[in-house]
Design a protein around this ligand. Structure first.
Ligand code: 76R
Length: 250
């Protein structure tokens, strides 16, 4: 048992965000037949990802990303890191992958921290906890992803505070979060040891303004105002299997 209570995190599925750019010039120069083969291979993969989700062994989200940072955004949740790498390799072996470049990716593991818990119960036996550790990613209209740290600078050092102080701040954070119940679904991936930031935050919403509202409102919570440091933000629109054909039609 860890001496440091903060280390008593719960981990669920491993997570891989893959943000890809499409080489439109190359895509448009390809023959219609080549493009169709590539599209079918992509749709084939999407079907496999769907089957994996139906089998309860993971979950996948596919989004068309806005702006210059990426064209496609995939979020994969799987039981092992091996599977995450197989997904990457299988993807890269398709014809479709030849038209894309992975421009940004993020590795983490779905995490629940130990700031709010019910002492005495086996957390993994609780269906609500399991739902959060092994979430079915919702097919909501928008996804937002950004990485973040908790500050370690001068007097504002998250890691030098007591568990009680951190618990207090996280409680207030949770209260703000709860106001968005049913409108925002958030997945927190712990990425210490795996990637360049400490957490990867994924938010899903049907109303894109809810993404802006929650992130803005949280900026006023002490834990974000004082200790939050944020990386690059990406936002996307849901890309369904039906949407793929028209997205890629030239
Ligand atoms: O799990 C819980 O519901 C308990 C409360 C809770 C914890 C412990 C909680 C609730 N979060 C927790 C942990 Mn969160 N969260 C973020 C962001 O942009 C920003 O300022 C922050 C980015 C959002 C938008 C968000 C949403 N949360 C964390 C952690 C780990 C911290 C650590 O361990 O030190 C991070 C980095 C983080 C960041 N959070 C909620 C939400 C929402 C919507 C909720 C309410 C969930 C619910 O009640 O269903």
């Amino acid at each position: 048992m860890a001496d440091n209570e903060a280390l008593l995190t719960l981990e669920g599925w491993f997570s891989y965000h893959d943000f890809r750019k499409l080489d439109w010039e190359k895509w448009k120069a390809a023959s219609a037949e080549e493009r169709q083969t590539a599209i079918e291979q992509l749709l084939g993969l999407m079907k496999e990802w769907e089957e994996n989700q139906t089998a309860g062994k993971g979950s996948t989200a596919t989004y068309a990303m806005l702006g210059h940072k990426a064209d496609l955004g995939f979020m994969f949740l799987r039981e092992t890191m091996q599977e995450l790498n197989e997904i990457k390799t299988t993807f890269n072996k398709t014809r479709f992958a030849d038209f894309t470049r992975s421009d940004y990716s993020y590795i983490s593991v779905v995490e629940l921290s130990n700031y709010v818990n019910n002492p005495g119960e086996d957390p993994k036996a609780n269906p609500h906890v399991r739902e959060r550790l092994y979430p079915n990613l919702p097919k909501w209209q928008h996804l937002c992803f950004y990485p973040m740290n908790k500050k370690r600078s001068g007097d504002d050092n998250w890691y030098m505070m007591t568990m009680e102080q951190r618990r207090e701040l996280m409680k207030a954070h949770g209260m703000t979060g709860r106001k968005y119940a049913g409108r925002i679904k958030q997945i927190i991936g712990g990425s210490i040891g795996y990637d360049d930031w400490e957490w990867g935050v994924t938010l899903f919403a049907n109303d894109p303004l809810d993404l802006k509202r929650i992130v803005y409102e949280m900026r006023f919570d002490e834990v974000s105002a004082r200790y939050g440091e944020f990386g690059t933000f990406l936002v996307g629109n849901l890309l369904t299997e039906e949407g793929v054909q028209s997205f890629l039609e030239v």
